[in-house]
Design a protein around this ligand. Structure first.
Ligand code: ADP
Length: 311
């Protein structure tokens, strides 16, 4: 069984319903990706790696991971802290805004609890996936331990996947993000950026400029997402262009990129070609954005699961 570990932060999401009540769920970019990976392919062992505490919210998140059939082996509950929380508010025009309480979340100190045994277990994985958010939220003094761990995994032959997912407010300025991302570009075998990441950080947005930017890093597989526009993949130098069929009924684009990543990675690990993998991933993202929140209902994924088996 192939093993995939996705590292990051998952938060309690509070969302105001029309009647004023609060709906609760759990979300976070790499967590969302893990959920969608496992939903699409039961044959892969998918683990979400994070730091939690011993509080009831931490326990509920562990239960959610279990109910999504994720492997919880890499979740540490040794922190004295609690998971982060965010509130989604929607105004009368339908504009969403987000309020976060995550400055002291347990996930920030996850590296403190990664010991030799944990690294040895991580070295057994086929793919280790993280995002810019996974690095941004780490306590600054733990970043060196993260990069040292990544080097160990790479040396052990674990493939490394990275989505920059640049969120300016999580960084001490763009230079801070650029310095950390540059290490990630150099380490990764597969990179799954959005055009927006390059636009915000380097002021480039054309395909040629982005590919020229990536070229010196010799990344095996670059998958460039651009909302309802085309997806471009460059695999070992060969460029593939896949047209996305835009969805007109869009409820909430949260997690479009995360679900795309999960389904694409599952498909590639299952041996599907680039075009089929992008088509499946786009179709999955197209379903996710027709539902509110990051995690669409399981039933909405039945069609994609069948297509995955047929492709
Ligand atoms: P992110 O969440 O990282 O900003 P994008 O907005 O680029 O991600 O979307 C990721 C993928 O989701 C796209 O490559 C595309 O396949 C799919 N997608 C996004 N928006 C739409 C849409 N309106 N219609 C159909 N597919 C979409």
């Amino acid at each position: 069984m192939q093993k995939i570990v996705l590292m990051g932060e998952c938060m309690l999401e509070l969302r105001q319903a029309k009647d004023g009540l609060m709906l609760r769920s759990f979300a976070g970019d790499t967590f969302n990706t893990a959920v969608y990976m496992k939903r699409i392919s039961a044959e892969q062992d998918v683990a979400f790696m994070t730091g939690l505490g011993q509080d009831t919210i931490s326990q509920q998140l562990i239960s959610v991971c279990r109910s999504e059939n994720l492997n919880n082996q890499h979740i540490s509950t040794k922190s004295e802290r609690h998971p982060g929380i965010y509130l989604v508010e929607t105004d009368e025009q339908g504009e969403r805004s987000f309020l976060y309480w995550r400055d002291k979340s347990a996930a920030k100190e996850v590296m403190q609890f990664v010991d030799e045994q944990a690294i040895a277990e991580l070295c057994q994985a086929d793919l280790f996936f993280f995002s810019g958010i996974s690095i941004a939220i780490l306590e600054t003094e733990h970043r060196a331990a993260f990069w040292a761990m990544l080097e160990r995994l790479k040396s052990a032959g674990v493939k490394i996947g990275f989505d920059p997912n640049y969120r300016p407010r999580l960084w001490n300025g763009p230079e801070d993000a650029i310095a950390e991302f540059t290490k990630a570009y150099a380490a990764c075998d597969i990179m799954m950026p959005g055009v927006e990441d390059f636009k915000l950080l380097y002021d480039i947005e054309t395909l040629d400029d982005i590919l020229a930017f990536c070229q010196p890093f010799n990344i095996d597989e670059v998958v460039l997402k651009n909302g309802p526009e085309s997806v471009y993949c460059q695999v070992k130098g060969e460029l593939t262009h896949v047209v996305v069929t835009p969805v007109t009924y869009v409820v909430d684009t949260t997690s479009a990129g995360d679900s795309f990543n999960g389904v694409y990675l599952s498909a590639r690990l299952a041996g599907k070609d680039v075009t089929s993998s992008v088509e499946l991933a786009s179709a999955a993202a197209g379903i996710v954005i027709q539902h509110p929140g990051a995690i669409a209902p399981v039933e909405s994924f039945a069609g994609i699961r069948n297509s995955f088996a047929d492709y």
